[in-house]
Ligand binder design. Structure first.
Ligand code: CMC
Length: 444
């Protein structure tokens, strides 16, 4: 009970004694969690601001209640809406999973048919988007093109800003899922200097994406079924991962009630970073740098000593302190894809790197295991995607999770505009005295 100075018999609670005043406070515990706002009652003087929690990088702060994705990092468990990730990867399609993430249940046949139809119907983008993409330099990073392309969509669908209208949210969900592969494929073709290929709406989601990537003069492009299924599975594995950096960015930006295209563009920007979605790109660059399995021990020593490469990319995770369940699936998938594409030296180096790292005291002690990004890059490379394109594939998939999380945030009555506090460490008040030579002095 906030404000009391004695413990009360009201359910689970924490008793806090403030050594500065000797006062005892009680703070309710729900779901093994306290509300840091309850700490504000702890004051030395009545006009104090009250106590805050300090948690840089949100290491131990839950920012929301969510029923979408469950992770147990110690046991290596990942479930979407209760369904284990390995079952979804084996049996479901990406569009089923996208529906599941948003609606909480797998689609019925009728819902699935309608959803697939809607997604297919919205794959085309306005011709101005195409022209806009053409304005990028020939060597533009495709993630920069994605961020800008998706942000630009908000200007084509101005009514999407009516975020409290469920119909608008339906449209935004469908449009974003439908158009992401198209914008992504345009970015790919732009960098390659190849003509953009329009969607082929007779094809399923992954096949249509691969068609827009690879089709040349043939009237219809048929992707290798193993490649198409691999893309669909990788999309499933990347579809959501609870409150990661980019999802937190989408939620935080979306909490200002900006339109979802702008919020998702913020998510794409966050995903671009090498510590997040950019890691699969970094893994491949690292494998290139290693070059040969015989160089691995020296490379690992350099990582451990902090010299040269500071981290083993594709290893470690804020939440998983055991093998990332997605990494296991991707490793198996990699074998399947390599049977089609032919063996790869990168794979040999990756397997040996994993073997050596997992038996090294440094990695064991810190519970550093391969994460999802360790093997995804190998699949993408085997399928001939350029290295800087890998994160784009992640972004297409994560759009399903971003949109589900964005809507959950909007409908959550406890959520408000995201606005953290700070502990101010700067200068106290001081008077302005110019340090310039006088030339720039403003006269009023
Ligand atoms: N290689 C070597 N040492 C590492 C690594 C690594 N990949 N990751 C963490 N460590 C060490 C780190 O130096 C620290 O050591 P010490 O205790 O001696 O200071 C200890 O392990 C704890 O690491 P941390 O940096 O406090 O852990 P974190 O939770 O802040 O970082 C991480 C998580 C994923 C950013 C980090 O492990 C990392 O940078 N990994 C490489 C990049 C990568 O693969 N990112 C993809 C993440 S999975 C996809 C996604 O969700 O985006």
């Amino acid at each position: 009970m906030p404000g009391t100075t004695e413990a009360t018999p009201l359910g689970d609670h924490l008793e806090i004694k403030d050594s500065r005043t000797g006062k005892i406070y009680t703070v309710s515990i729900t779901d093994d969690t306290i509300r840091t706002a309850d700490l504000r009652q702890i004051k030395v003087k009545d006009n104090d601001f009250g106590m805050m929690g300090y948690d840089p990088a949100f290491m131990n702060t839950a920012s929301c209640r969510s029923s979408i994705t469950y992770i147990d990092g110690d046991q290596g468990i990942l479930r979407y809406r209760g369904y284990p990730i390995d079952q979804l990867a084996e049996k479901a399609s990406f569009l089923e999973v996208a529906w599941l993430l948003r609606h909480g249940e797998l689609p019925t046949q009728a819902e699935h048919d309608q959803f697939t139809h809607d997604i297919t119907f919205h794959t085309y983008v306005h011709e101005n988007i195409k022209q806009f993409m053409e304005g990028f330099r020939y060597d533009a990073h495709p993630m920069a093109m994605m961020t800008a392309g998706v942000a630009a969509l908000s200007s084509f669908y101005p009514t999407a800003k009516n975020v409290h209208d469920p119909r608008e949210r339906d449209f935004a969900f469908i449009r974003l899922l439908a158009k992401m592969p198209t914008i992504a494929a345009f970015a790919y073709r732009h960098v390659k200097g190849m003509p953009y290929v329009y969607p082929d709406n007779s094809l399923p989601y992954a096949e249509n994406f691969l068609s827009m990537i690879a089709r040349m003069s043939e009237p219809r492009y048929e992707a290798h079924p193993i490649y198409a299924r691999a893309i669909d599975i990788l999309f499933i594995l990347h579809a959501d991962h609870e409150q990661n950096c980019s999802t937190s960015a989408v939620r935080a930006v979306g909490s200002s009630h900006v339109d979802p295209y702008s919020a998702v563009a913020a998510g794409i920007a966050a995903l671009y970073g090498p510590l997040h979605g950019g890691a699969n790109e970094a893994v491949l660059r690292m494998l290139n740098e290693i070059g040969d399995a015989k160089n691995i021990p020296a490379f690992i020593e350099a990582v451990k000593s902090g010299k040269g490469e500071s981290k083993l990319m594709g290893f470690g995770h804020r939440v998983y302190k055991s093998y990332d369940p997605r990494a296991k699936i991707v490793k198996g998938l990699c074998d399947e894809v390599l049977k089609v594409s032919g063996s790869s030296k990168d794979m040999e180096i990756a397997l040996e790197l994993e073997r050596i790292a997992l038996s090294d005291e440094y990695f064991i002690k810190r519970k550093l295991y391969p994460n999802v990004d360790f093997y995804t890059g190998l699949i993408y490379r085997a399928m001939k995607f350029p290295t800087d394109y890998f994160t784009v594939l992640f972004a297409i998939a994560r759009t399903a999770g971003w949109m589900a999380q964005w809507e959950e945030m909007l409908l959550d009555k406890e959520q408000k505009i995201a606005r953290p506090r700070q502990i101010f460490t700067g200068s106290p008040e001081r008077n302005y005295t110019s340090r310039l030579n006088g030339i720039h002095t403003i006269t009023k």
